[in-house]
Design a binder for this molecule. Structure first.
Ligand code: MV4
Length: 498
C-alpha cells in the first residue's frame, strides 16, 4: 500500500479522497491555492501545501510544481479526483517517469478513449453498439454529404477530440452541411487543437445511461450497474440516480456486458464509466468512456455498499479487485442532487462570496459530500459546486421523499444556491413517474412547464436567503474567517512551496 497520497484536486472530491486515505491509514497531502486557504480540504488533510495563485493554471493545473512537490514530500501516489489532471495522458506519463503511481488508468487507455473516432473503431471491433456514423474523420464536404444521405438527417457533427458536449453541431438538411462542416472544424481546432470531425446519426430524445466499471492490473473486470444521468442542463448534470427506472433486467444484462467489453477492449484498470445513449425502444449506443472517478459515484456506492475510492487506491497499489461480479447486487435506490452556488432565477449565474451560515441535512439514508462549510469562499476561479446531497432508501419513491426532506433541511446562507430549483424538479410529477429524457430541462421546460408561481417561489426563497446573508454579514465576525487560522482536527500547515 501507499505511504502518502497527494491529492491533486480541491473541494468535495478532495475531501472525499482524504476520508478514504484516513480510513486506510494512508497519509494524505492536500494542495491549495490562494482562494482555498480556508476550504475544507485544506484543513482536513494530514498535510497541506500552498501551490500558487487562484487561477487553476497557476495552481491545480501546474504539472511541474505538483510533481516536484510529490517527490519532495515523499508521496508515492497521486489521486487526481475529477477534472484537472484526471484525464490527462501527459500527466500520467510524467508520473510514470517519476515513479509516482497515478491512481487511475494507464496513459494508454486515457489517450485511446480521448480520441472519439479511435474509441468508436475499437468498440465496433468488440461488438459494442455505437451510434450509426463514421469511425474515421471526414476528409471532404463531398464525403461528408454522401455519408449524411446514407444515414439520413438529422445528423451530428462531432469533434474527434471533443467530448462532454463541446464541439457538436446538429444538421437537419444537406444545404446546412458545408457551413456547419467549416464551423465545427474551426471550433474543434480552437478548443482541442485538433480539427478532425466525424458524423453520427442524431438520436432523438434519448436517455443518458452510464455504467460504472472497474478493472484491476491482473485483468479482472466488473461492472457496478448503471446510473441514470438524463437530468442535466446545458451538459451540466444536476440529478443522478441508480438504478435507472428505465432499465429492465434484460436491458441491464446487455448494457453492463457491453460496458465490461469496452473496458476490456482498452485494457482498462481502475474506475471508469462507459456512457451510453438509450432511445425510447431501449436500444443503446456507446457514446464515450470517462476514464476517471465521476462526480456521481456516491449513488453507486449506496446501492452496492462499496467504497469506490478505497477500491481505486487498492487497485492502483496492485491488489486484485476485492470483490467478484457475483458478490454484487443492487440494494435499494439512491439519488444525488448537485448543490451549486448559482442563481436559477438569473440564468444560473454563479454566486460567489463567503458561506456565512452552513447547516447540512443529516438523518437516515442521507449523505452530504461537501468541500465547504462556514466561512469557506466560493470564487469565480472554479466550478460553483458546493456539495452533493445523496439520499438512499429501499425504493425510488421513498428515496424521492427523503430527498425532498433533506433539501428542505439544507441551509446555506450568504450565497444564492439551486436548492429550491432542485426541490421543484424532484417534486415534479414527471420526475416521480420516471418520465424524462435528456431534454427534460430544456428551454421549453424552463419557460413553460415550470409554472410562474413556482418560479416566483424560487425568487422569494432566494431573496430571503440573500437578506438573511446580508444581515449576518453586517453583524458577524465570520468575515474574518477567511484570513484567520481556525482550529482544526489536524495540524493544518500553511507551508509555502517553491
Ligand atoms: C448525441 C446526442 C444525440 N445523438 N449523439 C452530448 C454530450 C456528449 N457526450 C454527447 N452528447 C450527445 N450526443 C447523438 N448521436 C445527444 C447528446 C446530448 C446529450 C447526451 C448526454 C447527456 C446530455 C445530453 C444533452 C444534449 C445532447
Amino acid at each position: 500500500m501507499f505511504n502518502k497520497i497527494l491529492i491533486a484536486n480541491r473541494g468535495e472530491i478532495a475531501v472525499r479522497i482524504i476520508r478514504a486515505c484516513r480510513e486506510l491509514g494512508i497519509k494524505s497531502a492536500a494542495i491549495y491555492s490562494d482562494a482555498d486557504k480556508t476550504s475544507l480540504h485544506t484543513r482536513l488533510a494530514d498535510e497541506s501545501y500552498y501551490i500558487g495563485n487562484s487561477p487553476a493554471h497557476d495552481s491545480y493545473l501546474n504539472k511541474e510544481k505538483i510533481i516536484k512537490l510529490a517527490a519532495k514530500i515523499g508521496s508515492d501516489a497521486i489521486h487526481p479526483g475529477y477534472g484537472f489532471f484526471s484525464e490527462n495522458a501527459d500527466f500520467i506519463k510524467s508520473l510514470e517517469k517519476n515513479k509516482i503511481t497515478f491512481i487511475g488508468p494507464s496513459s494508454k487507455s486515457v489517450s485511446l478513449m480521448g480520441s472519439k473516432t479511435e474509441a468508436r473503431r475499437l468498440m465496433a471491433k468488440h461488438n459494442v453498439p455505437i451510434v450509426p456514423g463514421t469511425t474515421e474523420s471526414i476528409k471532404s464536404i463531398q464525403d461528408g454529404l454522401k455519408i449524411c444521405t446514407e444515414i439520413g438527417f438529422p445528423i451530428l457533427l462531432k469533434a474527434a477530440a471533443g467530448g462532454g458536449g463541446k464541439g457538436m453541431r446538429k444538421i437537419f438538411s444537406s444545404d446546412e452541411f458545408e457551413p456547419a462542416f467549416e464551423a465545427t472544424k474551426r471550433e474543434a481546432l480552437k478548443s482541442f487543437a485538433n480539427d478532425e470531425i466525424y458524423i453520427e446519426k442524431y438520436v432523438e430524445n434519448p436517455r443518458h445511461i452510464e455504467v460504472q466499471v472497474f478493472g484491476d492490473k491482473h485483468g479482472n473486470y466488473v461492472h457496478l450497474f448503471e446510473r441514470e444521468c438524463s437530468i442535466q442542463r446545458r451538459h451540466q448534470k444536476i440529478i443522478e440516480e441508480a438504478p435507472s427506472t428505465f432499465v429492465d433486467d434484460l436491458t441491464r444484462e446487455k448494457i453492463t456486458a457491453a460496458a465490461v467489453a469496452s473496458a476490456k477492449a482498452c485494457g482498462y484498470f481502475n474506475a471508469g464509466t462507459v456512457e451510453f445513449l438509450m432511445d425510447s425502444e431501449k436500444n443503446f449506443y456507446f457514446l464515450e468512456m470517462n476514464t476517471r472517478l465521476q462526480v456521481e459515484h456516491p449513488v453507486t456506492e449506496f446501492i452496492t455498499g462499496l467504497d469506490l475510492v478505497k477500491e481505486q487506491i487498492s487497485v492502483a497499489a496492485g491488489n486484485k479487485l476485492s470483490f467478484k461480479q457475483n458478490d454484487l447486487k443492487i440494494n435499494g435506490h439512491a439519488i444525488e442532487c448537485r448543490i451549486y452556488a448559482e442563481d436559477p432565477s438569473n440564468n444560473f449565474l454563479p454566486s460567489t462570496g463567503p458561506i456565512l451560515h452552513y447547516a447540512a441535512p443529516s438523518g437516515p439514508g442521507v449523505r452530504v459530500d461537501s468541500g465547504f462549510d462556514n466561512g469557506s469562499q466560493i470564487t469565480v476561479h472554479y466550478d460553483p459546486l458546493i456539495s452533493k446531497l445523496v439520499c438512499w432508501s429501499d425504493t425510488r419513491g421513498s428515496a424521492i421523499d427523503r430527498m425532498l426532506r433533506a433539501l428542505s433541511e439544507y441551509v446555506i446562507g450568504g450565497l444564492i444556491t439551486n436548492i429550491s430549483f432542485l426541490k421543484i424538479i424532484i417534486a415534479h410529477p414527471a420526475f416521480r413517474k420516471g418520465e424524462f429524457d435528456i431534454n427534460f430541462l430544456n428551454d421549453e421546460f424552463m419557460n413553460n412547464l415550470m409554472n410562474p408561481a413556482e418560479t416566483n417561489n424560487i425568487r422569494e426563497i432566494e431573496k430571503v436567503s440573500a437578506i438573511f446573508a446580508a444581515i449576518l454579514k453586517s453583524k458577524s465576525s465570520l468575515n474574518n474567517l477567511k484570513t484567520e487560522k481556525t482550529s482544526s482536527i489536524n495540524q493544518w500547515q500553511e507551508q509555502m512551496y517553491e
